[in-house]
Design a protein around this ligand. Sequence first.
Ligand code: DGT
Ligand code: CA
Ligand code: CA
Ligand code: ZN
Length: 576
Amino acid sequence: MTNQEVARVLAEIGEYIQMDEGLSFRARAYDKAAEIVGGMPDSITELFKKGGEDAVIAINGIGKGIAQTIAELATDGASTMHEELKRAMPIDLSALRSVEGLGPQKISRLYKELGITSLATLEEAAKAGRIRALSGFGEKSEQKLLRGVGFLKTGTGRFPLGDVLPWARSVEKALAGVRGVTRVAIAGSARRRRETAGDIDFLAVAKDSAAAMDFFVSMPDVTEVIARGDTKASVRLASGLTADLRVVPAASYGAALNYFTGSRDHNIALRQIAQDKGLKLNEYGLFRGEKSVAGKTEEGVYAALGLPYIEPELREMGGEIPAALENRLPDLVGYGDLVGDLQVQTSWTDGAHTIMEMAQAARAAGLSYIVVTDHTKRLAMMGGLDERRLALQGKEIDEANGSLKAQGIDFLILKGSECDILKDGSLDLSDEALSALDVVGVSVHSYFDLPRDEQTARIVRAIRNPHADILFHPTGRKINRRPAYDVDMDEIIAVAKETGTVLEADAFPDRLDLNAEHIRKCMGAGVKISIDSDAHDKAHFSVLEYGIAQARRGWARRKDVINAWPASEMLAMLKH
Ligand code: DGT
Ligand code: CA
Ligand code: CA
Ligand code: ZN
């Protein structure tokens, strides 16, 4: 089993426990273990096979009971506890969990009191008005559940990039090790780093394509071989994701990579440029008559068409072709360009690790500063900070900085907040508390359903607050889970420009909020962005990559991204 699969089982056990016990210590322990295993670089089942249960217990945050579950998963591929819980409550937990507003305890009550086991039975009960009759639900939440189901049903069947790219990379690596394979690449929308992928496309050059095909169709997670030819195979995985592999000749590699990277419309535009030059472009190469003029490399193809190289993230027909022809493609922010992270949660609220642990993890990820931005008091369930605890946290940050300095470590922890925007657009902390912070992020976590005018006015009021430096996850959407709230982003961007407010591109793969389109609008308006991990765990700094990808898709340059700047410059540009 992969770490992701083990993590999913642990998380589900945690959720079943939550149904009975609420957010008990035991439920939290499973949840936390799932996070830990999901974020581990090495295989947990291998670790168990090599070092036994002791090696698993030795991991910080995993106790004896959970280690036994992991041992069972590693040896049998299933856990008795998990199987028993599923038998006792035969529901489609993962589907119900994905409905906005449904947590384990509500799911448990819906099952026990109304026999709801699936999205279909949930929808039926809501439409029949049976849910509002339960105490604590009411008509409003019934309508909300119905909307949640509706959103999932219209769902695109697309997979968040963060769920599929790590897998694609592991396949890419394994394929590269197959006998006779000389080149491998991920192509398609995943290479363009779209926020979701419909399927994953691999490309390879191989002396012996049969070996590559054999490998591909017999990967462990393949549940169905949809097609298998000499140079093309297509498989379905347990998750429902499909993947294609094409083996091409070395002389065509660049042309094929270009073709299978897409987008389709970008390809069509390139083909037109070729035609205008009396050339022919296809997946085999660029030809004048029968003679190949390019095709071995992508760079060669673009050059032969008289174009500078166009980065995959730009190949969406968003004006990249005219910009390339006129040599005004943006000098995009690079994957190694971030030096800070402006949204980081700690164990002061709902984060898993201490301030110092997060600082060390950020440093290991190549950053030189973070802003600690725990939630504020309105989010009482998460232990949101009030003015008093925020001041205490400030002391801990001072001490942590002192200790880093004493060790000669050049890393800075800044004081911040993810301050809640209240219903009327006022902020959840006093001006005095806010003015003591280095960076104030503000964000919406409630009243997602306000009418457009009201929602827009609320956020405008918040970012007009002279203390508010950054608007975090500005639209509130969660990919495949809930839509953005109804808000006039053009107005928000205009006010951000006027007030010098930064808009965040939250990099967490289920958020990616701002999306690429909004980022592009910010670029057009001259509004700066920050690309933040929204980390709740040491392992989460790796998600910055997804935010950078979206920023590149939104044509952002290094100078547009304030946490690509040294801390002193970043702080100097903020409002206060
Ligand atoms: P997806 O899978 O929906 O996330 O999006 P893509 O872009 O990965 O699309 P996919 O997997 O259907 O095809 C991969 C690439 O192959 C696509 O971006 C462009 C190229 N391609 C596929 N079919 C056609 C076609 O009919 N015409 C052209 N020009 N290109 C195509
Ligand atoms: Ca694809
Ligand atoms: Ca495909
Ligand atoms: Zn938030």
